[in-house]
Design a protein around this ligand. Structure first.
Ligand code: DC
Length: 227
């Protein structure tokens, strides 16, 4: 049976995980937000009081990670995200997390994975690749909104600065830097709402599936898109 893998990459706060989760529901595929794996390693390092730059210790934690150990509720803080971005630059950690991600992607009927290097490193053979982005100012605005909804009082200039630092670290690191795969659809959502982004993504996916019938036969579990 062929598997349908949909890779959704993009920078922090681009809306890629929300979009990817909705795509997964629509096509009836399991979803993995791979940022949570790096966040889980960062959280474990913090909880155990280990040095975040101890590559061997971080890689051991990464190798032992099981999807069922991941509790998203404990992983969403900005501090964990910041440390996750540092831990994600360690080659041994990235390597230790490859098998889990590839196994998830290889089980029929396929999967949707969101991250930074899914289309370039983890699943370069993915049938469909999306690179979701938005201007840094818009991403900072969205991140502030998200933090406000969680009851926090973010300072826009600070959030923007942190995003800049995170973008730099994620895209300038030596291993698996954040990049759009050459065959990815670059979806700039700066001027799109979530609905428009979802429609654009589905239109691209449906085109790809029609061009490459060997990709798998997804079933739609959401309402069909209106024309
Ligand atoms: O998507 P996120 O913000 O939850 O990811 C947290 C950090 O993990 C991000 O700054 C970079 C890293 N990451 C990565 O390097 N590769 C991935 N596939 C996913 C996340």
């Amino acid at each position: 049976m062929s598997v349908l893998v949909i890779a959704v990459d993009g920078p922090a706060a681009s809306g890629k995980s929300t979009l990817a989760a909705r795509i997964a529901r629509h096509y009836g595929l399991p979803f993995l937000d791979t940022g949570l794996l790096y966040r889980a390693v960062a959280r474990e390092l913090l909880d155990r009081g280990l040095d975040p730059q101890d590559e061997a210790a971080a890689a051991r934690l990464a190798a032992a990670l099981q999807p069922e150990d991941i509790d998203p509720a404990r992983l969403h803080g900005e501090g964990v995200g910041e440390l996750a971005s540092k831990v994600a630059a360690l080659a041994a950690v990235r390597e230790a997390l490859v098998p889990l991600q590839r196994q998830f992607a290889s089980r029929p009927p396929g999967a949707v994975l969101a991250g930074r290097d899914i289309g370039t490193v983890i699943c370069p053979e993915a049938c469909v690749k999306l690179y979701v982005t938005a201007s840094r100012e818009e991403r900072a605005r969205r991140r502030c909104e998200q933090l406000r909804r969680r009851g926090e009082a973010p300072i826009y200039a600070r959030v923007l600065e942190e995003l800049e630092a995170r973008d730099r670290r994620d895209s300038e690191r030596a291993v698996a830097p954040l990049r759009a795969a050459p065959d990815a659809l670059v979806l700039d959502t700066t001027d799109m709402d979530a609905e428009a982004a979802f429609r654009a993504a589905c239109a691209f996916i449906d085109r790809r599936l029609a061009e490459r019938p060997g990709c798998g036969h997804p079933r739609s579990s959401e309402q069909p898109l209106q024309p």
